[in-house]
Design a protein around this ligand. Structure first.
Ligand SMILES: NC(=O)c1ccc[n+]([C@@H]2O[C@H](COP(=O)([O-])OP(=O)(O)OC[C@H]3O[C@@H](n4cnc5c(N)ncnc54)[C@H](OP(=O)(O)O)[C@@H]3O)[C@@H](O)[C@H]2O)c1
Length: 273
């Protein structure tokens, strides 16, 4: 039996080997979705598969793919296009960095742009093929692009990260304008700090955020995922942008509203207006 057989709904999740992606996989499996799980580390994907299969009677397929490589992205696209009952695409794969320009590792920054921008854009198009073919006016499909509250902010050592996450916010809003008419809902999820594998990744080795960010600013990853799914399924037109928790809603507003411009200028010693 393979995923989506007999029309069973399928959820495709990138970055499913850890963190938010793994939690989305468990949540959607518990609702009866078959899963297509994507990430680079095959052994971690198999671990996730085994954990889910112990508890849920769903079909799971894994694709080991590096979403900073075009050939791998295209391989995932082809599979998405071929699943008639695809209901969810969760573009979650991503990583951080904290090098300041010009002393960045330019290959890593390039991979970040490809993974955070190019891959989600192309995978959205591919997923929309079966979603649009549903011919429905509602509930044809759900797309979550995992951005970050930092997509509203700016700061040292995060030029590429904040910019790629801002891309996902604007992309998601405009995408919703295009696809709402055939029953697809889009979300840009904007979490703040959450304890996942994110801060232990190799690209974050010079970061001391884990030690310096106060406890009250850390969100539980499972609560972020629950807030995302709840918001996406609201019966009345939900917001495209989902920022879980009030602290980060304020942070997002702080980074984007003219009302906070004086404070932004003050805190950044005049470098950000
Ligand atoms: N945790 C936070 O504080 C936080 C806050 C705001 C936003 N976010 C966003 O949340 C998303 C998920 O991160 P997380 O917090 O759950 O961190 P995580 O536990 O490190 O998970 C990241 C996932 O992305 C996958 N991934 C990374 N680069 C990839 C690539 N080139 N190709 C394919 N898969 C790749 C990783 O799998 P492999 O290594 O196996 O490929 C892993 O499954 C990211 O987009 C991140 O920017 C996180």
């Amino acid at each position: 039996m393979s995923i989506g057989d007999n029309g069973r709904p399928v959820a495709a999740i990138t970055g499913a080997s850890s963190g938010f992606g793994k939690i989305y996989a468990k949540r959607l499996a518990s609702e009866g979705y078959d899963l297509l799980l994507v990430a680079r580390r095959e052994e971690k994907l198999l671990e996730t598969t085994k954990e889910i299969k112990q508890e849920r009677d769903v079909e799971i397929e894994t694709i080991s793919a590096d979403l900073s490589v075009l050939d791998d992205i295209i391989r995932v696209e082809r599979r998405l296009e071929s699943i008639p009952s695809l209901r969810y695409l969760i573009n979650n794969a991503g990583f951080g960095g904290n090098q300041k320009f010009p002393d960045v590792f330019i290959d890593v920054e390039t991979k970040m742009v490809l993974t955070h921008c190019l891959a989600p854009m192309r995978l959205c198009r591919a997923a929309l093929v079966p979603m649009k073919a549903q011919g429905k006016k509602r509930d044809a499909g759900y797309i979550i692009n995992v951005s970050s509250v930092s997509g509203f902010l700016a700061g040292e050592g995060a030029a590429d990260y904040t910019a790629t996450k801002a891309y996902l916010i604007t992309f998601s809003k405009s995408l919703q304008c295009d696809v709402g008419r055939f029953g697809v809902r889009v979300q840009a999820l904007c979490p703040g700090f959450a304890r996942t594998g994110f801060h232990d990744a190799e690209t974050m080795r010079y970061s001391n955020l884990k030690e310096t960010v106060p406890n009250f600013l850390w969100q539980r990853a499972d609560r972020v995922v629950d807030a995302s799914l709840r918001s996406l399924r609201r019966p009345f037109r939900p917001n495209v942008v989902c920022i879980p928790t009030i602290v980060y809603k304020i942070a997002g507003y702080f980074g984007s509203s003219w009302l906070f411009a004086p404070l932004r200028i003050l805190l950044s010693r005049g470098t950000i207006r």
